[in-house]
Design a protein around this ligand. Structure first.
Ligand SMILES: NC(=O)C1=CN([C@@H]2O[C@H](COP(=O)(O)OP(=O)(O)OC[C@H]3O[C@@H](n4cnc5c(N)ncnc54)[C@H](OP(=O)(O)O)[C@@H]3O)[C@@H](O)[C@H]2O)[C@@H](O)CC1
Ligand SMILES: Nc1ncnc2c1ncn2[C@@H]1O[C@H](COP(=O)(O)OP(=O)(O)O)[C@@H](O)[C@H]1O
Ligand SMILES: [K+]
Length: 513
């Protein structure tokens, strides 16, 4: 799990390390420059020509130090100091003095096409306003070259908190970022502009003070947290999922969610749906049971049978759908069962705000941007401006976990734990992917039924979101991002889970012959 910080938080961490811990700024800068130089050495052959473009601040200071380190290693490096010497930060001025001592070459008007690597040290996390004028022109020239492009800390022009471009931005192949992943590099377009990201340890660590909300990015390694399947279990042990899903003419969503729950390892699945969906569902997914009677007695039986509920995929918003959602949401939460509320379940929630009283810490809401707009009254552009804030505010307001789905899905619980998801791809922007997610989330909740240590529901939801993206990536490997569909994601679930299972099995039972 990697910590993710905003520009403002990074500035506080820098200041804390320098002033409270006592590590001099020049020491941090040297470590930062060493990390960048090491990465450049990996991608640049000896004879290549490197141009390091520096601004006035400490990001520029890093760049000057990088140029010096590479020059002293024998690289053909030129420094291009773009700013006004009157405005140099103290460290930048000191770095220039050191570089001049070693006669690192400087150019004022670079012949751009001669360079094979361009290093961007114009602006870092200190960018405060849109890039204009001469800086804009320089960044555009840097982007136009065919050289390999390396950004120091963050591509210049990128807002380190939102991922938005401020005026114009450097488009990097590689970004060497310091201490922590920056939030603006997790969201598009920042994520595309950053290229490959290496997070370098430069001696800045977390501190116990509260400088903001902790935000995390899950990694493959974290999937090892998923509990292994207990060897003594039966189908009841592994969880019973009830899906309140599907309406007349909307059977597919119920199928995707039900199949996803089974493929993620749930022991049994029942679908509460309309009679019209019985035959198609049972033909498509004979493993699932179907119930179409909606009565107090049958509903109570379904509820006491299940461990986890999914309410909403393909449910529709008509009166009869509203009654179904209302009954199972109200009673499900009263019974203390985890509820995944998705799709029309969320649309019904926005039409019936009184339902918020049914939401609890183990309710997971999975709105995409459109659904979130209906729930909160915010526009999509407002939501995209600060998805972390939007998800976390809504989680706090409702007391539920909010999974705000997008290319970088944000999962927030009401206890301030926030996750930004980086798995998945544009092939998942296709009908049915969201239904698969809701079923997978139920499957992940089922995995923890027999576990002594049950993580916070927000963590379980974030693991499900990450897993969903990994399955999307596996589906894209098989079918490409254009041709893949929700069924490819369903097919990928067992394969992806198997990767993590093999390790577990060997760890627990020794190598299987
Ligand atoms: N703290 C440390 O010791 C460490 C910091 N480290 C490094 O420092 C970076 C942060 O450095 P930083 O805070 O100096 O800010 P930075 O990103 O260089 O930009 C500020 C400069 O840009 C200018 N400027 C801003 N916007 C502008 C615009 N639109 N158009 C034009 N100018 C604009 C601004 O000018 P001003 O606003 O004052 O006019 C100022 O001159 C960080 O990313 C990392 O690389 C590491 O070495 C580790 C140790
Ligand atoms: N470009 C993308 N990169 C990564 N994940 C994506 C991308 N586009 C969509 N997704 C994921 O695919 C799913 C789409 O869900 P949703 O919008 O509810 O679709 P549907 O309702 O059609 O099933 C979400 O989990 C979302 O995060
Ligand atoms: K930069």
């Amino acid at each position: 799990m990697k910590k993710v910080v905003t520009s403002k938080e990074m500035a506080s961490l820098d200041a804390y390390t320098i002033h409270d811990v006592g590590i001099p700024s020049m020491v941090l800068m040297e470590r930062a420059a060493l990390a960048v130089a090491a990465q450049i050495q990996k991608i640049s052959a000896d004879r290549e020509r490197i141009l390091v473009v520096c601004g006035n601040g400490n990001n520029g200071g890093d760049g000057v130090a990088v140029a010096r380190l590479l020059y002293l290693k024998g690289y053909h490096v030129d420094l291009f100091l773009t700013g006004n010497s009157q405005k140099y930060s103290a460290q930048m001025a000191q770095q220039i003095q050191i570089a001049r001592h070693y006669h690192v070459p400087e150019v004022n008007n670079p012949t751009w096409h001669e360079y094979t690597t361009i290093v961007d040290a114009v602006f870092g996390v200190g960018l405060t306003r849109p890039v204009e004028g001469r800086y804009k022109e320089i960044i555009q020239r840097m982007n136009e070259t065919d050289a390999k492009k390396v950004a120091v800390d963050i591509p210049s022009g990128l807002d380190g908190s939102t991922g938005r471009v401020l005026g114009t931005a450097f488009c990097a192949d590689l970004t060497v970022t310091f201490a922590f992943m920056k939030q603006g590099m997790c969201f598009y377009p920042g994520r595309s502009l950053s290229g490959k990201v290496v997070v370098a340890d430069i001696g800045i660590y977390d501190y116990p003070g509260n400088y903001g909300r902790p935000v995390w990015q899950l990694e493959r390694e974290d999937m090892k947290q998923l509990p292994q399947r207990v060897p003594w279990g039966n189908k009841g042990t592994f969880g019973k999922v009830l899906l309140v899903a599907g309406s007349k003419g909307m059977c597919g969503a119920a199928y995707f969610a039900a199949c996803a729950a089974l493929n993620t390892g749930a022991g049994m699945v029942k679908v509460q749906t309309v009679e019209e969906n019985r035959i198609p569902l049972q033909s498509l997914l004979p493993e699932a049971m179907v119930e179409s009677v909606f009565s107090e007695e049958i509903n109570q039986q379904l509820l006491s049978w299940c461990d986890v509920l999914v309410i909403g995929p393909g449910l529709g918003c008509q009166d009869e759908s509203r009654e179904r959602a209302n009954w199972f949401l109200a009673h499900g939460n009263q019974a203390g069962k985890p509820v995944i509320l998705d799709a029309d379940g969320l649309n019904l929630l926005s039409m019936n705000p009184g339902w918020k009283r049914y939401l609890k810490g183990n309710t997971v809401l999975t709105p995409h941007m459109g659904e979130m707009g209906r729930l909160t009254g915010l526009s999509i552009s407002e939501l995209k401006e600060d998805p972390v804030g939007a998800a976390s505010d809504y989680a706090k307001e409702t007391g539920a976990v909010c999974v705000l789905k997008d290319a970088g899905t944000v999962t927030a619980g009401c206890r301030d734990e926030i996750y930004i998801n980086m798995s998945g791809n544009a092939g998942m922007a296709a009908a049915g992917s969201g239904d698969v997610l809701s079923g997978m989330l139920a499957g992940v909740f089922c995995m923890y039924l027999n576990n002594i240590k049950v993580p916070d529901p927000a963590r379980m939801a974030a693991l499900g979101v990450f897993l969903h993206g990994l399955c999307g990536d596996r589906a894209a490997d098989a079918a490409g991002t254009r041709g893949m569909n929700a069924r490819n994601i369903l097919d990928a679930i067992p394969l992806v889970l198997r990767d993590f299972e093999t390790g577990n099995r060997e760890e627990h039972y020794g190598k299987i012959q």
